[in-house]
Design a protein around this ligand. Structure first.
Ligand code: CP
Ligand code: NVA
Length: 304
């Protein structure tokens, strides 16, 4: 694995390997271990806000022996119009890897191509692969496996999270249902690219919740979509995860949210607080899953 640009680019074997490694890194945290990023500096270019991704990568790089270098895109010349390919060619000569959060997926692809250093997608409008790896680690911990489980994504199914979940279902073969109103379902162009996959799309939230093992949601207003807030809140209201919906799911079903959570919008406050331990375990798993990504990218970079 040279880069992590999307779940789309991974094989099922890659994903299984990363989750297995994350399990051991989690159990070994704080004990003496190898420092595969020793003497390395990893850039972190962020054009959007972040709590979990930023902190987990800064801590993760540090724990693996490296130094994170956080670069708000507004503080570097990128924010004044310097092209991503020039930024990439400069950073590629100075840092050992780069973690990027931005809008356009093509910017992350271009950075990887022009920089020549391992590049990680820390969220674009297209995908959020780091989140999915942490979510799979959480499902593995809480349910033992994702094999034979029904994962249901409620809400804006046409956002980065819905798309990354669809690729994960395709690569790993578990059943994914996306419950969303027609205008927030994955669009035809994406579904054509996805091809054959165990993904069901429905506008019926109750039917989707029946026999679910994982009820998953995300904000209804992704970063960059603020101007559409009013219409989104109205249209997506029937897709809130709450106790009524949970009653339809399998006993033992878990509730997951990538966070940040907007209470009584995509998830009821009561259910969020009741299931806080599993939701914040999921947030913690960002650290362990991303350390696994950093380890594999550092190893593979040395092998080329
Ligand atoms: N889930 C997630 O990516 O959170 P942040 O936006 O806080 O990084
Ligand atoms: N879909 C959300 C995810 C936030 C972690 C967004 O892009 O803002």
């Amino acid at each position: 694995m040279k880069h992590l640009l999307g779940i789309e680019d991974l094989t099922g074997d890659h994903i299984n390997d990363l989750v297995t490694l994350a399990v051991s890194l989690k159990s070994e945290r704080g004990k003496y271990g190898s420092r595969p990023l020793e003497n390395q500096t990893w850039g972190m270019i962020f054009s959007k806000s972040s709590t979990r991704t930023r902190v987990s990568f800064e801590v993760g790089v540090y724990e693996l022996g490296g130094r994170p270098l956080f670069l708000n895109s507004n503080d570097i010349q990128l924010g004044r119009g310097e092209p991503i390919k020039d930024t990439a060619r400069v950073l590629g000569r100075m840092v050992h890897g780069c973690i990027i959060r931005t809008y356009d997926q093509q910017d992350v692809v271009d950075f990887a191509n022009y920089s020549g250093i391992p590049t990680i997608n820390a969220l674009t409008d297209e995908e959020h692969p780091c989140q999915i790896l942490a979510d799979l680690l959480t499902i593995h911990e809480k349910l033992g496996t994702w094999e034979g489980k029904k994962v249901v994504f409620f809400g804006d199914g046409d956002c980065n999270m819905g798309r990354s979940w669809a690729w994960a279902a395709k690569r790993l073969g578990f059943d994914l249902t996306i419950a969303a109103p027609p205008e927030f379902q994955p669009q035809a162009e994406f579904m054509n690219r996805l091809g054959e996959a165990p993904v069901t799309i429905t506008d019926d939230a109750e039917a989707a919740a029946r026999d679910a093992d994982v009820l998953y949601t995300d904000t209804w207003i992704s970063m960059g979509k603020e101007a559409e807030a009013e219409q989104r809140l109205k249209t997506l209201a029937p897709y809130q995860i709450n106790h009524d919906l949970l009653k339809l799911a399998n006993s033992g079903a878990i509730v997951q949210h990538c966070l940040p959570a907007y209470r009584d919008k995509e998830l009821s406050e009561a259910l969020l607080e009741e299931r806080a331990s599993e939701i914040f375990d999921q947030a913690e798993n960002r650290l362990h899953a991303q350390k696994a990504v950093l380890v594999r990218l550092a190893e593979d970079h040395l092998n080329v």
